[in-house]
Ligand binder design. Structure first.
Ligand SMILES: Cc1cc2nc3c(=O)[nH]c(=O)nc-3n(C[C@H](O)[C@H](O)[C@H](O)COP(=O)(O)OP(=O)(O)OC[C@H]3O[C@@H](n4cnc5c(N)ncnc54)[C@H](O)[C@@H]3O)c2cc1C
Length: 459
């Protein structure tokens, strides 16, 4: 689908943030005829930071629809040989406790895939002309009420004009802060310890080929292959966020972590887990942030929309953040195409843009609100039953003793927890296109009812 020529002034779309959501929005919106899309990214350069990111069938299908076939290629990402969405193993015995199957995945390329985030980012980047990405542009202020219309002001003192702004600037979104200054993020107390490294470092280690969550009553561990021959290990712990131990008081995202600490957390676990951690060459800390759901994702009188982590601060639950961001971005295209068909000629007026954003929000917000509600109740792989926050690092010895003494009881709780885990197929197999069609049909039905209520003389 290439952009067609359209007469008249183009629709100027500015995107704040060139992460997963921002790049997918650019790929999507550039398909509209008569648009100019510019991305403004705070980073001075894209660096290979981050670790593993998973995409479910929802995000993968959307990327395929958008023509981003390179991201789906085996080798860029890795899928389970057993084709399961998730596998859960017992922390001590290694037995598979449960698997989450895909429900309606008929084509292998739609099965859950795992990437290094930098590789997914790079796969998206090849679909966006580099001269439309403006690096070192940190959104600082947004003006929607001046004579000049919508203006983005950057921290370096420059600015840009647009007709529509997409806030795709991540969990700490400046766009969200500008329009919803009272919205607060909080540290959940969970700190992930993540590493990615060349899988060849594991030569000689016997481990299951498929990625798995190893689950204990008090914490979990994740390992898995990623694209480009990479491998990831993810451990973690929780602290009381209101009173964390000194070491973690000022912990920041991507800070170096202690390998010794990581290995100590998993002493007594299955030998495979310990062997994987022995070979893990470094670890970095990722304190988990979350926030309350927003009432709306549309601001500035209908010319600004939030997408991705900027819109939903769900704390990475269910490993759904990447796919949710991709579906948000694609939904903008569906909505704009609907209110502004390719044959329309002149660029959409503010009322049409407002209408498109209303349809976008009506499609995405209720779905993501459900995800966030579920996340609040249960975050599998992070908060297992009986999980306690760690008051101090010195508590490890007594913790081990308690753990051994409670093993049988804990196993029962663990199994109960596993059995009661939510079925998340409705999240990772959600169809944004079907949801959008329902919203459009509901709108059409509502307007038919309104018309039927009008006296004939007013028709
Ligand atoms: C460098 C990086 C590494 C990550 N690594 C992982 C990972 O390993 N595993 C995982 O599950 N998730 C990771 N995430 C988060 C994950 O990408 C998102 O949760 C998810 O993909 C949703 O994407 P998003 O585009 O909404 O947010 P993000 O991917 O976070 O992208 C937001 C983008 O906006 C930019 N930005 C922020 N503020 C401004 C501003 N004021 N002005 C302009 N630009 C701004 C950021 O630099 C970033 O490029 C990472 C995010 C980043 C930025």
């Amino acid at each position: 689908m290439d952009a067609l020529e359209s007469p008249g002034a183009p629709l100027r779309i500015a995107i704040s943030g060139a992460g997963i959501a921002g790049l997918t929005a650019a790929i999507s919106l550039r398909k509209l005829p008569g648009v100019v899309v510019d991305l403004y990214e705070q980073a001075a350069a894209f660096r290979e930071i981050g670790a593993s990111i998973g995409l479910g069938p929802n995000g993968l299908r959307t990327l395929e629809t958008l023509g981003v076939h390179n991201a789906l290629r085996e080798g860029v990402c890795i899928r389970q040989k057993g084709r399961h969405h998730q596998v859960y193993r017992h922390w001590r015995t290694g037995h598979v406790l449960a698997c989450d199957a895909h429900r309606a995945v008929t084509e292998s390329q739609h099965a859950t895939a795992r990437f290094h985030r930098a590789h997914l980012h790079a796969a998206l980047l090849v679909h966006v002309p580099l001269d439309t990405i403006h690096l070192g542009k940190k959104t600082a202020r947004i003006d929607v009420s001046g004579e000049d219309g919508l203006v983005l002001h950057f921290a370096d003192g420059t600015s840009a004009h647009a007709d529509l702004l997409i806030g795709a600037d991540g969990i700490h979104s400046a766009t969200r802060k500008w329009f919803v200054p009272h919205h607060k993020l909080h540290w959940t107390g969970w700190v992930a310890m993540r590493s990615t490294f060349d899988a060849s470092l594991l030569d000689g280690v016997d481990f299951p080929d498929d990625a798995a969550h190893w689950v204990a009553p008090h914490r979990s561990f994740f390992h898995g292959r990623l694209g480009h021959g990479q491998f990831t290990t993810v451990g973690g712990f929780t602290v009381d966020p209101a009173d964390p131990p000194e070491t973690y008081r000022n912990v920041r995202w991507d800070d170096p972590g202690s390998l010794q600490r990581l290995r100590d957390l998993y002493r007594g676990w299955h030998p495979t887990v310990q062997a994987l951690l022995e070979k893990t060459p470094y670890t970095r800390l990722y304190p988990n942030m979350a926030g309350e759901p927003l009432d709306t994702w549309v601001y500035g009188g209908g010319c600004v929309a939030l997408i991705g982590d900027a819109a939903h601060t769900h704390g990475g639950a269910f490993a759904a953040g990447g796919s949710l961001a991709i579906d948000d971005a694609f939904c903008l295209l569906l909505a704009l195409q609907h209110v502004w068909p390719a044959t329309a000629g002149a660029k959409p007026c503010p009322t049409q843009i407002q209408h498109a954003l209303r349809l976008f929000e009506a499609t995405r917000l209720p779905h993501v609100a459900k995800v966030m509600t579920l996340a609040r109740h249960q975050i599998i792989g992070k908060l297992a039953p009986g999980q306690k926050s760690e008051g101090s690092e010195g508590s490890k010895g007594s913790e081990d003793a308690r753990r051994d003494g409670r093993a049988a009881d804990d196993d029962e709780k663990l199994m109960a927890f596993i059995r009661s885990r939510p079925d998340t197929a409705w999240i990772n197999e959600h169809s944004v296109e079907a949801a959008f069609r329902e919203v459009v049909e509901a709108e059409a039905a509502a307007s038919r009812v309104d018309r039927d209520r009008l006296p004939h003389s007013q028709l």
